[in-house]
Design a protein around this ligand. Structure first.
Ligand code: 5GP
Length: 298
């Protein structure tokens, strides 16, 4: 006969495991807000949608101090001004308190809004290890109507990379010549190492032929494209969470610990720039993200 009584120690152990897991999830969400992978408003919406979720269980105090630029003093003043008790959890806020908090966040840190414009020149950028290359490769394979720009680079080819297909592999002298001749739409030194640049002529040709062009380049390059072609559509690829970005970087195993730390620091700076972009796409699933990027091409 099945024993319906569960020994209390097992109960306690299970409850404490659940508490640890819940704390971990809240910590992970706080990292997402701190690194700007999600906006505070997004976390508030998730709490509202599911008050029993880790977002809903987060205290307003934890929530506010997760936001860059809010320390404990500022947090307490904000709560006092909004008339919210510090013991409140996000999922337990009343309608009025929630709307006051949302209005406060919107005023201080307005969420980026899609610009709405569509251009046939589309730039895909995003932090290191977010999967830009994978999304671009997926688009190349499934959407041959889109022209994927082939960059020039001074880095050596990796195994399997073909000159003229993945990159135009050039030496420093040739890269200097391309710049001097005005043949690059943009160029930048990436990760303090090699130079990368977008050849202008193939893009002009593709646009003249009525085709859409996708550039998978770094943040510095995206800014230069915006300056050179103000109507270009800039898309920022986001990881589903900060922790996911870290594990993708670790899992691909192409960088040592020191280089990983350096790239994560850069990733934080890059995430902070997402407001400069016209659209944000979350790379939760490669095919889905690729389809969304394609839908943004004019
Ligand atoms: P990888 O060497 O791994 O192929 O690329 C390294 C980085 O260079 C990626 O972040 C990629 O977005 C960036 N990149 C590739 N081509 C260009 C380019 O033409 N211009 C700029 N600015 N960045 C590029």
């Amino acid at each position: 006969m099945a024993d319906s009584r569960t020994p209390p120690e097992v109960d306690r152990a299970a409850a404490s495991r659940r508490a640890v897991a819940a704390r971990r999830e809240r910590a992970s969400l706080k990292r997402d807000v701190a690194t700007r992978v999600i906006t505070p408003q997004e976390l508030l919406r998730r709490a509202q949608a599911a008050p029993d979720s880790p977002a809903g269980a987060m205290r307003v105090t934890e929530f506010l101090t997760a936001i860059p630029a809010i320390g404990e003093g500022k947090r307490d003043r904000i709560l006092a001004t909004l008339g919210i008790s510090p013991v409140k959890r996000l999922g337990g806020l009343g309608v009025r308190q929630r709307s006051l908090l949302a209005a406060f966040l919107d005023e201080r840190w307005p969420e980026p809004r899609p610009r709405g414009g569509r251009s046939r020149l589309v730039v895909l950028a995003g932090p290191t290890a977010v999967g830009k290359g994978t999304v671009a490769a997926h688009i190349k394979e499934h959407h041959p109507e889109l022209v994927l720009s082939v960059s020039a680079t001074t880095r050596r080819p990796r195994a399997g990379e073909i000159d003229g297909e993945h990159y135009f592999f050039v030496d420093d002298a040739e890269f200097d010549r391309l710049i001097a001749a005005g043949e690059l739409l943009e160029h930048a030194t990436v990760h303090n190492q090699f130079r990368y640049g977008t050849p202008k002529a193939p893009i002009e040709q593709a646009l003249a032929d009525g085709r859409s062009v996708l550039l998978e380049i770094d943040l510095q390059g995206a800014r230069q494209v915006r300056a050179a072609a103000p109507d270009a559509t800039l898309v920022f690829l986001l990881p589903p969470s900060w922790d996911e970005l870290v594990s993708r970087l670790v899992d691909r195993g192409t960088e040592d610990a020191e280089e990983r730390a350096r790239r994560l620091k850069t990733a934080k700076v890059e995430l902070a720039s997402q407001g400069e972009f016209d659209f944000r796409v979350v790379n939760d699933d490669v095919a889905r993200a690729a389809a969304e990027v394609v839908s943004l091409t004019g």
